[in-house]
Design a protein around this ligand. Structure first.
Ligand SMILES: *[C@@H]1O[C@H](CO)[C@@H](O)[C@H](O)[C@H]1NC(C)=O
Ligand SMILES: *[C@@H]1O[C@H](CO)[C@@H](O)[C@H](O)[C@H]1NC(C)=O
Ligand SMILES: *[C@@H]1O[C@H](CO)[C@@H](O)[C@H](O)[C@H]1NC(C)=O
Ligand SMILES: *[C@@H]1O[C@H](CO)[C@@H](O)[C@H](O)[C@H]1NC(C)=O
Length: 417
């Protein structure tokens, strides 16, 4: 009896869990999401919420905070870096107009870390001003990042007491040189703190090798110190190698896997590869869950695969498919529990949703039955109109023949085709 109640309770809990849209994780694969740029905000969707909101309500494992986008900002005292967090923090330190003072976010980072999330600082981004002009400058920058964001000490700490779990290099512009010096220096500092495991990650583009990070050129960071990277969040979007282009995707992912594997063989350690996807239909390279599942099936057994990365939290929040956030569906795919969620009639609406704003059908919770009803009514109406038209057309064609006889050629047939 007790056993049965327990079984029932467990069954109930797992059902409730499914209804919540957060199935238990049963693989060691991880889900990464960028937070801080509020990409949805610029498209007038719902604004990105605070970091702690996502740690509490979403099933992410690693969250890079984006971005530290200026390495040496002459507007700041001591040429301290500039950070940009879109709508999230609007107070700065006196004398450092682009260095944000975000006590609240600092507390949220600590809350997130207590629940097991890894919070990284992402350096670079698509817009910013960053490069190193010498090896010593790169080493000095590592020391600044250590003091401002990691376990070092400084009066100026944008996230106060919070010690971030590492740094992410999202280098999409500038020069290729001296990043290896930065990585070596920051890894050395990380090794001085025995209480914590720190992460160094990168976000190259899917074409292999990456134009800036490599591997390839003699001074590129992935050529020189590939073994110092824990994870690579490869961006499979805005490029020809998105995961639906299977030929190019196959080539790209095989190259990245091979890079990870050979690094591990050579150094005894190396990066895991993550498949980076946009979380919004508005971004070039977005993939429906069915396409993601197909790609997953072809790569999931590779020991170099780390999981998925999503750009970004705000897009994920705005992308609800059949009541589930995109990231929740990605998690079910990684757990091999995904069942295709779009059926015949709703497929039609799904296409509209994917092509358009992505909001109407997700905000208005129209039940599938209602959609089907609507569809049938429209169909019957259309049929009725067409039947009337064809009768009308017959009449017209009789008339036009009459006109032809009189030599007047003004008749223009109706344009149904
Ligand atoms: C700064 O952020 C706070 C908290 O989010 C907000 O209440 C305030 O209106 C913002 N101030 C400005 C000038 O944007
Ligand atoms: C940073 O902001 C907090 C309030 O959020 C304030 O108490 C503190 O004095 C500020 N720090 C500096 C150095 O300006
Ligand atoms: C890509 O790889 C998968 C699995 O290895 C394979 O089934 C598929 O045919 C490949 N596609 C192309 C276009 O090469
Ligand atoms: C992982 O990918 C690499 C590179 O394509 C390949 O050599 C290796 O066999 C793959 N491993 C598995 C288990 O599929």
């Amino acid at each position: 009896m007790i056993l049965r109640s327990v079984i029932l309770l467990v069954a109930f809990c797992s059902l409730a869990n499914q209804a919540n849209g957060s199935p238990a994780t049963n693989t060691n694969k991880q889900l990464v999401v960028y937070w801080g740029q509020d990409s949805a905000g610029s498209l007038r969707l719902t604004l990105e919420k605070g970091l702690d909101y996502y740690c509490k309500n979403y099933d992410y494992d690693i969250i890079p905070v984006a971005f530290l986008n200026v390495f040496f900002d002459t507007a700041n005292k001591d040429k301290f870096p500039g950070i940009n967090l879109a709508n999230h923090c609007n107070t700065t330190f006196k004398g450092y107009p682009t260095l944000l003072n975000c006590t609240d976010i600092g507390q949220q980072i600590q809350t997130c870390q207590k629940s097991g999330k890894k919070i990284l600082l992402s350096l670079g981004g698509a817009a910013g001003l960053y490069y190193f002009s010498s090896s010593s400058q790169a080493t000095q920058f590592a020391s600044t990042v250590w003091k401002l964001f990691l376990d070092g000490t400084s009066k100026i700490r944008p996230f106060h007491n919070a010690v971030l779990d590492g740094v992410d290099l999202d280098i999409e512009g500038g020069t290729t040189t001296y990043y290896a010096d930065f990585v070596k220096a920051i890894r050395q500092l990380m090794n001085t703190d025995k209480n914590r495991k720190y992460f160094i990650t990168g976000a190259p583009q899917c074409p292999y090798p990456d134009a800036i990070m490599g591997p390839g050129g003699t001074n590129m960071v992935l050529t020189t110190v590939p073994q110092e990277f824990d994870y690579l969040f490869v961006q499979f979007y805005n490029n020809y190698c998105s995961i639906d282009k299977t030929k190019f995707f196959n080539q790209s992912i095989a190259s990245w896997f091979n890079f990870a594997m050979t690094t591990k063989q050579k150094y005894g350690k190396g990066p895991l590869i993550f498949i980076g996807l946009p979380a919004s239909p508005r971004v070039n390279g977005y993939q429906s869950p069915d396409v993601v599942r197909k790609a997953w099936q072809t790569v999931k057994t590779n020991e170099s695969l780390g999981g998925f990365m999503l750009w970004d939290a705000s897009f994920d929040m705005n992308n609800v498919i059949s009541g589930q956030h995109y990231s929740t569906i990605i998690r079910t795919i990684m757990n091999d529990q995904y069942k295709s969620i779009h059926h015949s009639v709703t497929d039609f609406f799904y296409v509209i949703r994917v092509r358009g704003d992505g909001n109407f059908f997700t905000r208005v919770h129209v039940s599938h039955a209602l959609l089907l009803g609507l569809f049938l009514v429209v169909f019957v109406l259309l049929l009725a109109v067409m039947m009337r038209m064809s009768r009308h057309e017959k009449l017209l064609s009789v008339k036009s023949q009459e006109v032809k006889v009189s030599g007047d050629k003004k008749y223009v047939p109706l344009g149904f085709y």
